[in-house]
Design a protein around this ligand. Sequence first.
Ligand code: NAP
Length: 279
Amino acid sequence: MTVLTRLPFSRESGAIPIIGFGTSPMTGGLSSDTLLAALKAGYRHIDTARKYGTESAVGEALRAAGIPRADIFLTTKVSHENLRAADLARSVEESLAALKVDYVDLLLIHWPNPEIALSECMPALAKAKRQGLARHIGVANFNIALLDQALALCPEPLAALQAEYHPFLDQSKLLAAARARGLVFIAYCPLGRGRLFGDPVLNEIAAARGRSVAQIALRWLMQQNVAAIPFSSQPQRIADNFNVFDFALDDDEMTRIAALKRPNGRVANPKGRVPGGWD
Ligand SMILES: NC(=O)c1ccc[n+]([C@@H]2O[C@H](COP(=O)([O-])OP(=O)(O)OC[C@H]3O[C@@H](n4cnc5c(N)ncnc54)[C@H](OP(=O)(O)O)[C@@H]3O)[C@@H](O)[C@H]2O)c1
């Protein structure tokens, strides 16, 4: 089976590499060696955020690696507390300064904020695109109702939705909604922050295919045309997570993995952040 290495955006030209590198370490900082290992392994899609405090490290690694800007797909995000128009504009300026780039490829609202109207932040996000500071714009952690409001209030097309997704979390409704609205779905925490690794079904499939559990989980997302942004601090794992383009899961394996979903499968769930809840 052929899996796309880049997912095209449906409403505008451009495409996003299907495997990206997350840059939000759960503990400690992010070393430039880690980023250089990712770039050396072949990652060209890097996911950062103003909130992570890793934009400067990302910018330094990109310059040190000497990879042409046009070959990199760079995502950053505006934090939920900075969604008023002036704050959003300032946050984007700070991101570009920290990254030492003129534009990002994708600019996302990091989380919705019930106290700041989408009628204020979506036009502000669109303005950053119109100013050439972001090639594409989108949202993260929006439920379907918020997504529809965001689409209605945004004067520019939205290209992507970023949300948690891995075999333990049923995202079938959100994924179908994103697809129906022409948005690329980007899975964060695609390895369930490590919770997947002890699962017997994933281990059985991994052993049968001579692959790692991480590779099986990432391939399962890719075969749904979902982009994924795994993080690891370990060079061998960083390379392993990118080495997912030369095998395929069959229908039975895809179904068995989908059946691992569970009610308490979510790993990133700050309380009360999403007005109206996740669904
Ligand atoms: N938009 C949002 O609100 C949001 C929220 C959360 C995350 N994100 C983005 O998504 C990215 C990924 O999420 P995440 O980092 O939270 O979780 P993740 O990628 O699901 O899991 C990362 C964890 O898995 C371990 N790991 C990675 N590859 C491995 C392998 N091959 N074998 C064994 N262990 C492995 C890593 O440990 P080691 O370092 O020891 O390898 C790390 O502890 C973030 O870095 C961030 O860019 C976005």
